[in-house]
Design a protein around this ligand. Structure first.
Ligand SMILES: Nc1ncnc2c1ncn2[C@@H]1O[C@H](COP(=O)(O)OP(=O)(O)O[C@H]2O[C@H](CO)[C@@H](O)[C@H](O)[C@H]2O)[C@@H](O)[C@H]1O
Length: 790
């Protein structure tokens, strides 16, 4: 690994230096090199002034730039799209004489001074490029107008005092039981107007008198993302919490490039601008890779969640935190996930950094562990309060959980400064946080209160992703003292509950403070705005509707694929695909029946249920349907954990109908995979379902979903139409047992008597594109919208 000193040495004028430029806006790294001797480099026309920072600055000891380069890993994306920099190598001299690599301090200083001048020019150039790109992509993608967004922001939260809402009791279960009757959910059976879910994005071109120049000025005066900005401010502001700024200092040092003479710089500038102008004419030739999918929108993304599969998971949140980031990384973004470290994770290595945060007047030291998996930096925050609770992540009393989340959010918001990933911190430039559910809804608030209100992290944005609004982080108003915020911030948290009066609500504050809000389906985005679906936060959701968007989850097709599923490789199970669907699935069904001790009957339909045992998942509807089911010659297997009464009910069913029902109480990922593969039908009678992942997994395994048409279930399970032979499963309107029975009746009839139609449904489900890649594209739009949100 070359040190900074040796890097600087390599760029000394007396060494014949070579630069190797690495374009980060490529899916695969592009590279090219040029020495300080030739004035023009053949690679320059392709660079478009882009740049990068590479880690693994391994000296090119054998002088072979290309072969050494592949050891580099892309790092930091600063400013809007790209940044500059580099690896450099003194051709032929690096490995030869190590002593020469250390020059005197004076010479080094001179080199630095000269390089700074070059750097300043390059910065100007990059700013120009960034502005041009912003303009082009803004017009192309109908991005929001910064001016109008600013107004909207002020309306939405800048001046906001809290809006009291007709709300819930101070206990979600009580609310659920007392306020939210089953019939409420039936109101979702109508068709939500999906179009209303779209974020009202404004198109710059709607103001025809704005010339390109005007637009440019407008943007440059408002949004000039630069990693340098906050670091300068940080120099002037003594802040315990923001001390480490490895990124900017490293960047400045590595950019001290003597060998880039002015002419080359001009040449770079010209060719870069030329290429920006000609955006569509991307020079892809020879060994050049196609451009990254994110193109000019590439940015730094940090997803922060209380759980992250495969390390920690209690439900769908863990799945999303483990897989959405990978899809964003595949599109070219630099992506990090921050989660608590609940256990000893083999992949994650400890880094040296230690920080201390106050929670409830007590100092808590945290350390960081880090892993790099599938293009994503996973950072785990370690503290005694997180340790060894992987089986009880949300355990403890209300204050305990709250304090854990305060600590987690305080630490997570500073991770971009303190945790160097691959050698360099993310910094705050071009950065968007994605917080998830109430557990991390404090993060957007901290970003604002601790930083942006103080002129720090001015260009960092936050998105709050709603997976389930039923859990909100509620408590008495006194809980505000735990979150450690200026007194006037109470307005964000305090909402009025008609039953319990004023109360403290973390989700409410996060919704107001976040720059954008996303939820996991179009249907749920609509439901959230209703009094039944908003769980007391519907008024706030309606207020922030302008920044709300529904994006249906995808699935991790590596983890959930019948062809590659690692849980189907033993115990009689088998991997299968469309080619051997009937035999493969039949084998899995037989293996499941054997494993569970059920009679092995290939023709008896096997029904599955997987999920948390609570009111949401409609387990009680299945319970009511059990007597009817037992007359239908079917088998039923239910896997779940949660409410004790429902767990007991599962055991009881198994006891009563031992030949037909299995109730597996517990959390077993392997069993979930096997039930998904071995069942013919998956039941999801959820009262509400923001998205639902199990129906997606089921469809990709040729297992037919029967679902209550709410939220994401309605969005993803198109009802079977026997006339046109379309559709993916059966749906029913209204969370009632008789409606479930009716839908199931049609489903069983088709299974038994219309084999061809059945197979058609299976095949359509298995061939649909359920991957995260579609969703990631939609998230990218939100990331960009957040970025230009003022
Ligand atoms: N006992 C058990 N053993 C093993 N695995 C089990 C299990 N119980 C559940 N799981 C797994 O946990 C996940 C549950 O995902 P869901 O989307 O169905 O529900 P959840 O309500 O937790 O998520 C919330 O967030 C997700 C993600 O956004 C939304 O899809 C959803 O609607 C919303 O309620 C699946 O991967 C499932 O296989």
């Amino acid at each position: 690994m070359a040190s900074l000193a040796s890097l600087q040495f390599l760029l000394e004028p007396k060494a014949e230096s070579s630069l190797l430029l690495y374009c980060t806006n490529r899916r695969q790294p592009r590279l090219g090199s040029f020495s300080n001797r030739p004035r023009k480099s053949p690679v320059l026309p392709h660079l478009r002034g882009l740049a990068c920072v590479c880690s693994g600055l391994r000296a090119v000891e054998d002088g072979s730039l290309k072969s050494s380069f592949c050891c580099g890993r892309m790092l930091g994306l600063y400013d809007r799209e790209q940044f500059l920099c580099v690896r450099a190598a003194g051709r032929g001299s690096v490995g030869g004489d190590e002593d020469e690599n250390v020059e005197t301090e004076d010479k080094l200083q001179a080199t630095i001074e000269k390089s700074k001048r070059v750097l300043a020019m390059q910065r100007d150039l990059l700013n120009q490029i960034a502005e041009r790109r912003k303009l082009v992509s803004t017009i192309k993608n109908s991005m929001i107008s910064a001016t109008e967004a600013e107004t909207a922001y002020e309306d939405g939260m800048g001046t906001s005092s809290h809006q009291d809402v007709a709300s819930t009791s101070d206990n979600s279960t009580t609310f659920e039981d007392n306020v939210l009757g089953e019939t409420n959910w039936q109101s979702f059976s109508g068709s939500p107007p999906h179009s209303t879910m779209e974020v009202p994005e404004r198109v710059l071109t709607e103001e025809p008198d704005k010339t390109e120049g005007n637009l440019k000025r407008q943007f440059s005066s408002k949004v000039t993302p630069s990693s340098g900005d906050s670091s300068k401010q940080l120099d002037n502001i003594s802040s315990d919490s923001v001390r480490s700024r490895e990124m900017p200092s490293f960047l400045l040092s590595t950019l001290e490039v003597e060998s880039l003479e002015m002419e080359q710089d001009e040449s770079l500038k010209e060719s870069s601008l030329q290429n920006v102008d000609n955006e569509t004419a991307d020079p892809v030739s020879g060994d050049m890779e196609p451009p990254p999918l994110a193109g000019p929108n590439v940015m730094n993304v940090i997803l922060v969640a209380a759980e992250c599969a495969p390390w920690s998971k209690t439900g769908g949140l863990g799945d999303v935190a483990g897989s959405l980031p990978k899809a964003l990384a595949r599109r070219g973004h630099r992506v990090m996930v921050v989660a608590p470290r609940y256990g000893n994770y083999a992949e994650a290595q400890q880094i040296g950094e230690r920080r201390s945060y106050k929670v409830d007047d007590q100092d808590h030291e945290v350390t960081y562990f880090q892993a790099y998996v599938d293009g994503v930096d996973f950072v785990f925050i370690d503290s005694p309060v997180f340790r060894h609770i992987e089986n009880n992540i949300y355990g403890g009393n209300r204050e305990d959980i709250l304090k854990r989340m305060v600590l987690f959010c305080k630490a997570a918001v500073e991770v971009p400064w303190h945790v160097p990933c691959g050698g360099i911190c993310y910094g705050d430039g071009n950065l968007v946080f994605i917080a998830n559910d109430w557990h991390t809804a404090l993060l957007p608030v901290y970003l604002k209160a601790y930083y942006r209100d103080n002129g720090l992290m001015s260009f960092t944005r936050s998105i709050l992703l709603i997976h389930n609004i039923a859990h909100q982080g509620r408590g008495p108003v006194d809980d505000f003292s735990y979150v450690d915020l200026p007194p006037h911030y109470i307005d964000l948290f305090k909402i009025y509950d008609p039953i319990g009066g004023d109360h403290f609500n973390i989700f409410a504050a996060g919704l107001k403070a976040a720059d954008r809000v996303v939820t996991v389906s179009h249907g749920y985005a609509w439901e959230l705005k209703t009094s039944a679906g908003g769980w007391g936060l519907h008024n706030i959701i309606n207020e922030v509707d302008w920044k709300l968007k529904g994006i249906v989850n995808g699935i991790d097709t590596k983890e959930w694929s019948p062809k590659y599923d690692v849980h189907l490789t033993s115990d009689g199970y088998t991997n299968y695909s469309l080619e051997n669907l009937q035999t493969g699935k039949a084998q899995c069904k037989e293996a499941l029946q054997k494993e569970l001790g059920l009679p092995v009957c290939p023709d008896v339909p096997l029904l599955g249920f997987i999920g948390r045992l609570d009111q949401q998942k409609g387990v009680d509807l299945i319970a009511k349907a059990v007597p009817w089911l037992m007359d239908q010659d079917v088998q039923l297997v239910m896997l779940g954990t949660g409410r004790q009464d429902l767990e007991q009910m599962l055991r009881q069913f198994e006891g009563q109908h031992h030949n037909r029902i299995r109730g597996w109480v517990g959390f077993s990922v392997k069993t979930a995979h096997r039930i998904t593969a071995g069942s013919d039908i998956l039941l999801m009678p959820s009262r509400f379902e923001p998205c639902g992942l199990n129906q997606l997994y089921a469809m990709s395994y040729g297992t037919i979903p029967v679902v209550h048409a709410v939220g994401g279930l309605r969005d993803t399970v198109q009802p079977f139409d026997p006339i046109n032979n379309t559709g993916l499963g059966w749906t029913f309107d209204g969370a009632e047992a008789n409606k479930l029975i009716s839908a199931l009746g049609y489903c069983l009839l088709t299974y038994r008597q219309y084999k061809e139609s059945w197979e058609g449904i299976q095949r359509r489900g298995m061939t649909g594109d359920l991957s995260w890649d579609n969703a990631a594209r939609n998230y990218e739009e939100v990331l960009v919208a957040a970025k230009y949100q003022w």
